[in-house]
Design a protein around this ligand. Structure first.
Ligand code: ZN
Length: 244
């Protein structure tokens, strides 16, 4: 399994950067997790838009979905230019009917509602969901293939259920929108200390802190998480690529 960080800023992208977007590949099958602002531009450094086999969305905040519309345009235009591709399935929850409806566009993309209580099979991946603590309905995801596992917390404040959900994952892509001395609960986000605590309790192999804040020295997030988690910790950055 291979993971590429496409974008990782919380709320909005920094200049020339992108907000949430993660490319997960296995056996030539490519899934994009979330598609925030700036993601389509950055994505083209790694794969062309017609090369995606599926998109899964955690929730409908703009920093996670803003580039769905331009992804649809890109697939439409590249199809007109002769690139071969199938209709792209975009998986999202259907509790927000208005946003869910936007996932279907001509014959270019098709919105498919995932049932968070069911396991989703997509290409070589088995994906399970966990509802998070966030101001809108949002789901963390655990992707497994060939004995490897990646857990993406999506947006959430710390929640005990994340511990069994993340148990022994090879990689925890953990949102970290706040520093250790802050309290993210009201906003529905985690701190660096929450990330360290979760990674330690779930005994994950590797931790990537992502959905990063726009202020302070982000290196400090890593230092803080390391007081609780002794495994490898990386700060997300666009282009960071890991092979599990
Ligand atoms: Zn959000």
């Amino acid at each position: 399994m291979q993971v590429t960080i496409v974008g990782h800023w919380g709320g909005y992208p920094k200049v020339d950067e992108a907000s949430s977007g993660y490319l997960i590949e296995h056996e030539g099958f490519r899934i994009l997790l979330d598609c925030g602002s700036g993601v389509l531009s950055k994505l083209q450094r790694f794969v062309q838009p017609e090369m995606l086999n599926g998109v899964i969305l955690s929730h409908y905040h703009p920093d996670h979905i803003a580039d769905i519309g331009v992804l649809q345009h890109a697939r439409l235009i590249r199809g007109l230019l002769g690139k071969e591709m199938e209709c792209l399935p975009i998986y999202g929850h259907s509790s927000n009917k208005q946003e869910f409806a936007k996932l279907t566009y001509k014959e270019i993309t098709k919105g498919i509602a995932y049932d968070p209580d069911e396991v989703l099979k997509l290409g070589p991946f088995t994906i399970s969901f966990l509802q998070t603590n966030h101001p809108v309905d949002c789901y963390a995801m655990r992707l497994e293939a060939d004995g490897y596992s990646i857990v993406y917390t999506a947006d959430t404040s710390f929640k005990e259920e994340l511990i069994p959900f993340s148990q022994k994952a090879n990689l925890l892509l953990c949102e970290c929108n706040f520093y250790g001395n802050q309290d993210g609960r009201q906003a529905g986000h985690m701190t660096s200390m929450d990330g360290g605590k979760l990674a330690h309790a779930a005994q994950v192999e590797q931790l990537i802190l992502t959905h990063l804040p726009h202020y302070g020295d982000i290196q400090q997030l890593k230092v803080e998480a390391a007081t609780l988690f002794k495994g490898s910790i990386l700060l997300a950055q666009s282009g960071l690529n890991l092979k599990l």
